[in-house]
Design a protein around this ligand. Structure first.
Ligand SMILES: Cc1cc2nc3c(=O)[nH]c(=O)nc-3n(C[C@H](O)[C@H](O)[C@H](O)COP(=O)(O)OP(=O)(O)OC[C@H]3O[C@@H](n4cnc5c(N)ncnc54)[C@H](O)[C@@H]3O)c2cc1C
Ligand SMILES: Cc1c2[nH]c(c1CCC(=O)O)Cc1[nH]c(c(CCC(=O)O)c1C)Cc1[nH]c(c(CCC(=O)O)c1C)Cc1[nH]c(c(C)c1CCC(=O)O)C2
Length: 469
């Protein structure tokens, strides 16, 4: 390695950028590396989509409300930054799906809507007799010809028919990707089901061998963690562990453009400053990457990565306002139902720590491909749409004490068919044209918080490998 300090820029201080900074700092300290980091974010707070607010004693998540326990990196980082005692598990494990005008409990033994046990599906009144018979064809259908990728919709429709897809699989996946399952890539989201079909032919049989017992026995255990004071506390704790002698944090500073020089980069900031760096991690959304490096045209190999716009509205109520107070985390809405909301979280049930005694909080989601215009309505209009649906589903007629609307424009990246292949091409192009530059974050290899943390750490490793060459 050459003499002198090396500089690293991390662009975007959401959970991906923060994880990259935190990981790099650990390595820099442990190995006493002569590296410095600039962590640059356009917003006045770090955390990006993680955004907790407090109002009238309520803890309101405007973005994510939790992370999956089985993806271990998020809880690991939380423990490392001193939040072990703040981790809370969801209060109840049950979720519902609204089909027609009725809330149905998810059948036991369902993993993303795929049956791992048959009887709960055969006894559920969520499906017609015809739908039930169709899903049994999974046992007899041959496995399909190997393909590089296909849509989630096509794959599951083939094995189980339309009803299971539309009443259960589609709403559950929409409650993760806010996308259209007929565009969503199977290999970028649930490759294990493709492999299961290739190996075992039947998914019902295969899932018995592959999925953990807890899932198969239908135990409604807690699957999610959150934090006592909300997820922003994870962001704040990581930030407070960043040592200013290694990591300089620049908030309210947008990267305007990046230029490649002979053996380094110039990162031009909207403040007029220029950072000279040797290596970069870009965790900003892909359209922003394209904009700040607009002199390159190879970005097109990644195609048009569309992201869906969504919004949500959190309502604070008196507990007495909720006549149908079922035990559960909330519900997702099936494609064929006549509702505008796509899901609703019974936040006071899922996360009792967020809601004062005697109160209730419901968070409703709107926006999906085909109904993204809803996100541009006023707060009052969005609240009215959600309240109309809540009245129909749950008989809520009392006015809420307050509502908080949050819009997330172009924020749910869509991993469409062929995503992984395009991503690998993109990485090759970046390697060739912009050595030492690494992309990470929810546009690429998973949108869950733990996936973003994993990507941040991996990008940190890549930077270290590059700088040590
Ligand atoms: C409504 C909603 C609910 C969700 N629910 C869950 C959930 O329950 N569980 C879960 O695991 N995941 C959930 N997710 C997904 C998860 O929140 C995100 O995938 C994750 O937080 C993304 O992190 P990131 O760091 O990759 O990107 P971001 O958080 O988007 O961070 C990007 C950062 O880049 C900054 N930036 C933008 N432009 C510039 C620029 N020019 N210069 C400098 N900085 C810039 C932004 O200010 C931002 O801070 C949800 C997402 C949404 C929108
Ligand atoms: C039932 C339900 C879901 N999701 C939701 C509900 C409503 C009731 C409730 O809050 O419990 C709410 C929700 N959660 C998310 C959305 C999409 C974003 C939006 O529209 O704002 C929506 C609408 C993001 C998410 N929701 C989730 C993630 C993270 C996924 C991951 O880490 O892979 C995201 C981005 C987690 C989630 N969410 C859901 C499942 C089945 C999973 C994954 C579980 C698993 O894999 O075992 C369904």
């Amino acid at each position: 390695m050459s003499e002198g300090k090396k500089n690293i820029a991390i662009v975007g201080g959401g959970i991906t950028g923060l994880s990259a900074a935190y990981y790099l700092q650990k390595e820099i300290k442990a190995k006493q590396l002569p590296y410095k980091i600039d962590l640059i974010d356009a917003s006045d707070k770090l955390g990006g989509k993680i955004d907790t607010m407090k109002q009238d004693g309520f803890t309101i998540e405007r973005g994510p409300d939790s992370f999956l326990i089985r993806k271990e990196s998020a809880a690991r980082v939380a423990r490392e930054v001193g939040l072990a005692d703040d981790l809370v598990k969801n209060g109840t494990g049950k979720a519902y799906v609204l089909v027609g005008d009725q809330l149905h409990e998810m059948p036991k033994g369902s993993f993303m809507g795929i049956p791992t046990q048959l009887s709960p599906f055969l006894f559920s009144n969520m499906f017609s007799l015809k739908g039930k018979i169709r899903l049994l064809s999974d046992f007899v259908l041959p496995k399909s010809e190997p393909v590089a990728d296909q849509s989630v919709g096509e794959f599951f429709r083939k094995r189980f028919g339309n009803e299971l897809l539309e009443n259960l699989i589609e709403p559950l996946l929409s409650g993760i990707y806010a996308g259209n399952i007929d565009d969503l890539s199977l290999m970028a989201t649930f490759p294990q089901f493709y492999q299961m079909e290739q190996k075992h032919r039947s998914l019902i049989k295969g899932s018995r061998e592959v999925l953990p017992k807890k899932v198969r026995t239908g135990k409604k255990t807690s699957k999610f963690y959150s934090l006592k004071d909300g997820l922003q506390s994870l962001v704040d704790a990581i930030e407070s562990h960043l040592d200013p002698s290694i990591v300089s944090i620049h908030k309210e500073t947008a990267v305007d453009h990046i230029e490649k020089k002979i053996d380094h980069y110039h990162v031009l900031l909207d403040s007029g400053d220029v950072k000279k760096v040797d290596s970069m991690i870009l965790t900003i959304a892909f359209p922003v990457v394209k904009r700040v490096l607009s002199q390159y045209d190879f970005w097109n190999v990644f195609g048009e990565t569309k992201a869906t716009s969504v919004a949500n509205v959190a309502f604070g109520f008196d507990a007495s306002a909720i006549p149908t107070d079922l035990d559960g985390t909330g519900f997702v809405v099936s494609r064929n139902s006549d509702y505008r909301i796509t899901a609703c979280t019974w936040t006071h049930k899922k996360w009792p720590n967020t809601t004062p005694e005697g109160k209730a909080m419901l968070r409703c989601y709107v926006g999906r491909p085909g109904d993204e215009a809803v996100v541009d309505l006023t707060d009052e209009e969005i609240a009215a749409i959600a309240l109309k649906d809540l009245k129909k589903v749950m008989g809520v007629t009392t006015k809420p004490d307050f509502h908080v609307v949050t819009r997330w424009k172009d924020s749910m990246p869509q991993y469409t068919v062929g995503h992984l292949e395009r991503l690998s091409k993109l990485r090759n192009e970046i390697d060739k044209a912009l050595p030492g530059t690494f992309i990470a974050g929810n546009n690429y290899q998973g949108i869950g918080i733990p996936d973003c943390i994993d990507q941040g750490e991996k990008a940190g490793e890549n930077v270290l490998d590059f700088l040590s060459e």
